[in-house]
Design a protein around this ligand. Sequence first.
Ligand SMILES: [Zn+2]
Length: 389
Amino acid sequence: MSNPSSLSQEERLAFLSKRHIGDKDIVKNVAICGGTHGNELNGVHLTEYFQRSRGKLFRKSFDVHPVLVNKEAIAACRRYIDQDINRVFTLDNLTVSVDADEEGGGSAEDDDDITYELRRARQLDKELGPKASPTPRMDFVLDLHNTTANMHTTLIFAPGDAFAFEVAAAMSLLEPTIKTVTWPKDEEPCFLPTVARSGMTVEVGPVPHGTLKADLLLDTKRLLLHALDYIELRNNLLSEKEALKRARQQSCTLEVYERIGTVPFPRDSLGEIRGAIHPDLDEKDFCALKNGMNAFEMFDDTTRHFHIGDIQATGQDESIKPSPGEKEAAEPSSMPPTDPDDAGMMTADTRNDLYALFVNEAAYYEKDVAFWVATMRQKSISVYVTGEE
Ligand SMILES: [Zn+2]
């Protein structure tokens, strides 16, 4: 692909979903990535651990590559240096310099003019991708993150990535509390795993930024090794017709969450936060959101409730950060009393139950996101299990 800017969102999504690992495809290369956010230390240390202990990653049928992502942010123990690297892996961002090279005129942009993260993303795209290629180097990327929210182990990936669903289901056999979340289905995903054919973000929490949590670190290590074992088992079965005929399968049911929007913090006319997430909601990730439930403990000793109308639709929250002056602000004390049965706030699109995710994630304060709002469905997936029919 030489000029992705000519592609519509639909064409980009079609291109990316066509390259996902198919149900007969053997996996040859897997990357385990850590430190995409430099202060999410469990992922950093697991990746360094695997770099020192490569024997743990050895599988006969495929290669595993441990990769530290945002090296400068890791050294500084910060989420990023100039910008969030996990928002820059778009076809447009990654293919600009390739085009310029092909034209023989050198890079269209001086390296000094672009952010550290964009430079690093382009290096990683060469090592692990390219995203614009139908045959990137990596078949599968597991990108390790930590969240300050109480998300336990949550796997996040493209809604059409059947292989990611299969690996998630295999991991859920070991850890049944695993949840899955899909990336928005209408826009090109901008996350690191999208440089590979298939991939997932592994979110584990709660872990405060800049700290390590041994129990969660060990859980994640166990799950990753289990995922590698599953890929090995699947590769072996797919490469031997007779074995595949006799292979045993098991059905797993996953909870699949889809973000429909986010709820911002209550702020005053100067843009200052005027309340904290209410104890009824804080640390209650994946709880059902009820219209009228307590959402914020306000600094003037009142309570602000959740209403469907507070949700900002996906796509309007992270890229566009309103300046305080632009924000519609109401003094908390001037809030009208709320009625839990206020059906007038409901719309026809909100019949489904809603759930809160990434509640009080520290990195989302700068994005003005107090929590995500998601819908949930259940999905059954068949996975191979050891032993014969
Ligand atoms: Zn992260």
